[in-house]
Structure formats: structure tokens, C-alpha cells
Design a protein. Structure first.
Length: 283
């Protein structure tokens, strides 16, 4: 059996020594870029290898990009092989932020044609809560060859978002907090507000009080209430830099609402161009 959205700690534990299961630790902090690597060294799920959002899952920032530009897919493909990921493998990704960062790698793997990838429900906290052990031992990685099958229709650039909004042919959903969406609070990016026409669904709404995803039926009802008559394939997700937006894509997929896309540059890219429309509280 393959897993394409979420996997439980119990199932991962059962498959822990399965050589066809590749585990990836994606812990990261936007305020301390070394925090994830330090946490990994202090203890991680056995056999997990560590990858960094800023260095492995993003490319360099330029004057025209957002804070986490999409990585070079040729380089990323090579890294997948270096991490031991082959096309037939089941990949499990986790973090300590309810999937907020692991979702980025989940989405990137799917973009490159690898559907057998799932996020660990509840992350490493749930793993520990269920009494499973962690280790400081580094995994023995056997390099592999990963063959990509790029789905470049999975994301939109800023111009495509701008044009499709003008034609009213997409439904844009912003995964940031309500305060950031409304422009009342902005501690990360230099401009506050949101893209005119975007709806708001903070990614935290996908989770219950324990930090686990809501049942698929509940997520399905919530998203359908937000989308109205819009089909999932016309939905485009964004956030501050194209990372937590993947959480909403994951939630929709888990709810059976397949085919939504990502505005990869998101808010931090959108505001780089002063000619792009911005909604601010004062307007």
C-alpha cells in the first residue's frame, strides 16, 4: 500500500526498517535557520535524513523573487538521488510544525512526478507522544538515481496569477494568519496587506487541538463552503513565501479535492513589483 497525503506514527513505526521507505526530517525555523539542524542532531526518527528549507528546498533570493523561491529542479533531482530516493520508494516527510515545512517537500516531490510521499501526522511530537524512540545516529544512505517527471502546471507565476485574477478564472486562497491577511500585523515582509480578490484560509484551520489533521470529510465540507462553486483545479494557494500554502494543498488533497495549484512566489514576491495591486487596511 502506498501513502500519498498523510501517514500515522503507528504505520511508520511498523515500516521503520523497510528499505523502500525513505524518511526525511524537514524541521526548520523562519527566525533561526540553524534550529532545525540542531534539533536533528539532538535526536531524530531512526533512518531520517535532514534537509533544509532555505538551502535544499529553495533557490537563492534575488531582487525579483520571494523569500523562498522554487529550487532549481535539476539540482533538486540530483539531491533526491543523493538522499537515496528512487522512483519506487515510499517517502515520509516530517517536521515539528504540524507539516508546515514538510508540506513543501511533499509538494516538490509531487511536482517531480513522485506521488508516493506522505506527511507524518503530528510530526515528531506525535512520534514521541506515542512512545517511539529517536536517535542521534546518522542514517546509512545509499545514493540512487531519481528520474523526474515534471508537472509544471502545478504552480503559477506572478503574471499568471495577475492575468487569471483579472479574468476571474482562478480562486486564490491565502494561507497566512487573518491579521497578516488583513494587513493589521506584518512582522516578516516589508508590506502589509493581501492580493485583492484573495480569500483567507489560515493553514492552522486544517488541524485539530492536538495538531493533527481534521478528518477528510470535515476538511471537504470546510473547503467546499469556502470555494462555493469553484472546482478544485481552479484553486490557487499562496502564503508569505510559498511554503505554508502547501499545507492547504495537502489538506485539499486529503479531503479528496484534487488538482489545486500553488502561487510559488506568494506575497513576498508579489510586493516586489510596485505596479501589482495590493489591498491595505487604509484603502
Amino acid at each position: 500500500m502506498s501513502y500519498n497525503t498523510l501517514v500515522s506514527a503507528d504505520i511508520l513505526h511498523q515500516q521503520l526498517d523497510n528499505p523502500n521507505w525513505i524518511i526525511v526530517d524537514c524541521r526548520f525555523s523562519l527566525t533561526d535557520s540553524e534550529a532545525g539542524a540542531k534539533a536533528y542532531r539532538r535526536g531524530h526518527i531512526p533512518h531520517a535524513r535532514y534537509v533544509r528549507l532555505d538551502k535544499d528546498l529553495s533557490s537563492k533570493i534575488t531582487a525579483h523573487t520571494g523569500r523562498h523561491p522554487l529550487p532549481d529542479f535539476t539540482v533538486l533531482t540530483r539531491k533526491f538521488g543523493d538522499w537515496g530516493i528512487e522512483n519506487h520508494c515510499q517517502v515520509i516527510v516530517y517536521d515539528n510544525a504540524a507539516g508546515a515545512f514538510a508540506g513543501r517537500l511533499w509538494w516538490l516531490l509531487r511536482c517531480l512526478g513522485h506521488d508516493n510521499v506522505a506527511v507524518l501526522e503530528g510530526g515528531i511530537q506525535q512520534w514521541l507522544k506515542q512512545g517511539y524512540k529517536i536517535t542521534t545516529s546518522l542514517p546509512k544512505i545509499k545514493p540512487a538515481i531519481f528520474k523526474p517527471y515534471l508537472h509544471n502546471e502545478s504552480w503559477l507565476n506572478a503574471l499568471q496569477v495577475q492575468n487569471n485574477l483579472a479574468r476571474k478564472s482562478i480562486c486564490l486562497i491565502d494561507a497566512r494568519s487573518p491579521e497578516r491577511y488583513r494587513g493589521e500585523q506584518e512582522l516578516i515582509d516589508p508590506v502589509a496587506g493581501h492580493i485583492p480578490g484573495a480569500l483567507n484560509r489560515p493553514f492552522q484551520l486544517n488541524l485539530d487541538a492536538r495538531g493533527l489533521f481534521l478528518p477528510p470529510s470535515t476538511l471537504n465540507k470546510q473547503f467546499n463552503r469556502l470555494l462555493g462553486d469553484e472546482a478544485p483545479e481552479y484553486v490557487v494557494h499562496m502564503c508569505g513565501s510559498g511554503v505554508t500554502a502547501c499545507h492547504n494543498i495537502l489538506a485539499m488533497e486529503h479531503a479528496g479535492l484534487k488538482g489545486s495549484k500553488l502561487y510559488a512566489g506568494s506575497w513576498s514576491e508579489w510586493i516586489r513589483n510596485k505596479n501589482r495591486a495590493v489591498f491595505r487596511p487604509s484603502t
